[in-house]
Structures are given as structure tokens and as C-alpha cells.
Design a protein around this ligand. Structure first.
Ligand SMILES: *[C@@H]1O[C@H](CO)[C@@H](O)[C@H](O)[C@H]1NC(C)=O
Length: 118
């Protein structure tokens, strides 16, 4: 039980805090949110495990990122994560969206130019 409740709580808290804290019209998605959604992906991108719940996290994240500031904010987080998390296999990270059946107009990589994301 505890194993399924905790991730749900994390998502719930992230969603509630976004809705309550951030004024409309500004980038709503902080890096903390991105990290909490992508935690299930870590075993996969570091080559230690299977995809698991990773795609659900990514899909929720991209469903949330509707505006350009949101997308750029998510992009910047992914970029810094890809560059700062040790042991990340960048080709696996870049291939995540297609693994999950998503079409994303940029690659997850430390060299992504997030200012071009629309
Ligand atoms: C990264 O993942 C790809 C695809 O699974 C694999 O072919 C490659 O050897 C991996 N690279 C490293 C540095 O582990």
C-alpha cells in the first residue's frame, strides 16, 4: 500500500502547489515538479532498470506544459538535469519521448536550446 500511496501524494502535492502558488500567465512548472515527475525514469536513463512508471510521469508533465513559458521552463529543467545527474545515458534520455509514444519538438540533452522551444 505505502508503495502506491506515496507517489500519488507527491503528484497531488505538486499539482496543488502549482495551482495555488503560481499567478496566471507565468511559467508554472518549476524544476522541483519536473524532478518529481521524472523520478521513475532514473533507473531507466541510468541504465539500471526498466521504464516502469516513467512514461506516465512524462505524459503528465507534457500534458501540463501547455504554454510556451511552461515548455521552456520544463526544457530548461530537463537540460540541467541531463547535464547534472551522474550516470545518465544521454542517448536513452533523448530517446525517452519516443519510447513513451510522445512527439516532443526538442531533444532531452544538455545542448538543447530551450529558447527555441515554442
Ligand atoms: C546508452 O544506451 C544505449 C542504448 O541502450 C546503449 O547502446 C549505449 O551503450 C549506452 N551508453 C552508455 C555509455 O552506457
Amino acid at each position: 500500500m505505502a508503495g502506491t500511496i506515496k507517489p500519488m501524494l507527491v503528484v497531488l502535492i505538486a499539482v496543488v502547489s502549482i495551482m495555488s502558488v503560481v499567478p496566471e500567465g507565468e511559467a508554472a512548472i518549476g524544476c522541483g515538479t519536473v524532478v518529481s515527475y521524472l523520478n521513475p525514469c532514473l533507473p531507466y536513463v541510468t541504465g539500471k532498470g526498466a521504464l516502469g512508471g516513467c512514461c506516465n510521469g512524462i505524459k503528465s508533465l507534457y500534458a501540463m506544459a501547455k504554454t510556451t513559458p511552461d515548455k521552456q521552463s520544463v526544457c530548461n529543467c530537463l537540460k540541467s538535469l541531463a547535464g547534472s545527474t551522474s550516470g545518465v545515458n544521454l542517448s536513452k534520455a533523448a530517446g525517452l519521448p519516443s519510447q513513451c509514444g510522445l512527439k516532443i519538438p526538442y531533444k532531452i540533452s544538455p545542448s538543447t536550446d530551450c529558447s527555441k522551444v515554442q
